[in-house]
Design a protein around this ligand. Structure first.
Ligand code: ADP
Ligand code: MG
Length: 274
């Protein structure tokens, strides 16, 4: 049976899920002798859930995340130098409320980007504005804006996000202008918005990365004032996957991909990965 008035009201109020489900749910509620309030609450809950889902999907796209991963799939057992409790606490995002920063340090493949993405996804869920960018893309963009006399506008854009994720600090050295522009960004965001940063270089090497020890000190001074530093030491998860697939050279050449359960105890996938 169609309900043109209900359909029209739902259309005007943007309640697509209610329009879709109202009748079937009503029949169900009647057969179960559900109270009206239960019926109505569940219907609105479905609408709210669908809306949140749409919001999250579009914000994830806008945030420019390199992949979608949460802590759910993060294997803490693989990386014992990471304090799981600390990471779960950070995923509660009090530091974002306080415009503080989080910095993940460690060698390639240990999960730095994954953890930043997980923080970003958590922040999107609670409707914080988030943007993810590699330091290379960030400084290239700032530099271009500088050359085109529109640096203040770009700086304003990057300053607006509640959480700005800056990935891969340290892989490439910066030129002086780039380091200066990055300093301007860090200074503009200081105590106004949060940075989640990853680097494969310890802070003592940042002078080299930024090509200027004074600038490095000035940047670190602001970054670290309100910050949590997560130092990760351990094996690359990427290489573990390669080892599993048998793509890494062992002492006697490439290893054949082992099959689960073959070779007796100590010769399975896990022993290779260690
Ligand atoms: P990094 O940024 O430190 O170089 P990534 O976070 O990009 O490393 O991790 C490399 C890949 O391995 C990603 O696909 C990531 O999701 C995965 N990964 C890394 N560490 C873990 C882990 N402990 N549990 C599950 N996946 C992991
Ligand atoms: Mg990374």
């Amino acid at each position: 049976m169609s309900h043109p008035v209900l359909d029209d009201l739902c259309d005007r109020l943007g309640l697509a899920e209610v329009a879709r489900l109202a009748e079937a749910r009503a029949e169900h509620a009647a057969s179960q002798q559900q109270p009206y309030t239960t019926y109505f609450t569940e219907l609105l809950q479905t609408e709210a859930d669908a809306r949140q889902q749409r919001y999250v999907t579009s914000r994830i796209q806008m945030a420019h995340l390199p992949f979608r991963k949460t802590l759910e799939t993060f294997d803490f057992a693989f990386q014992p130098s990471i304090d799981e409790r600390q990471i779960r606490e950070l995923a509660g995002l009090h530091w974002v409320d306080e415009s503080a920063n989080v910095i993940f340090l460690g060698p390639p493949g240990v999960g730095k980007t994954n953890l930043v993405v997980a923080m970003a996804m958590a922040a999107i869920q609670v409707r914080a504005s988030v943007y993810f960018v590699t330091i290379q893309d960030l400084v290239a963009d700032l530099r271009k804006a500088w050359q085109e006399n529109r640096f203040p506008q770009r700086l304003a854009v990057y300053s607006r996000y509640k959480l700005l994720c800056v990935d891969e600090m340290g892989y490439l050295p910066m030129e002086r202008l780039e380091a200066t522009l990055f300093f301007r960004l860090v200074a503009a965001r200081y105590e106004h918005g949060s940075l989640a940063l990853t680097s494969n270089k310890g802070f003592s090497e940042w002078g080299e990365v930024l090509g200027d020890a004074v600038l490095a000190t000035a940047i670190l001074d602001r970054l670290l004032h309100h910050s949590t530093v997560v130092n990760i030491r351990g094996e690359s998860y990427r290489l573990r996957e390669k080892k599993r697939a048998g793509h890494l050279l062992g002492p006697s050449g490439p290893t054949a991909p082992p099959r689960q359960g073959e070779g007796g105890p100590g010769h399975g996938v896990d022993s290779l990965a260690r």
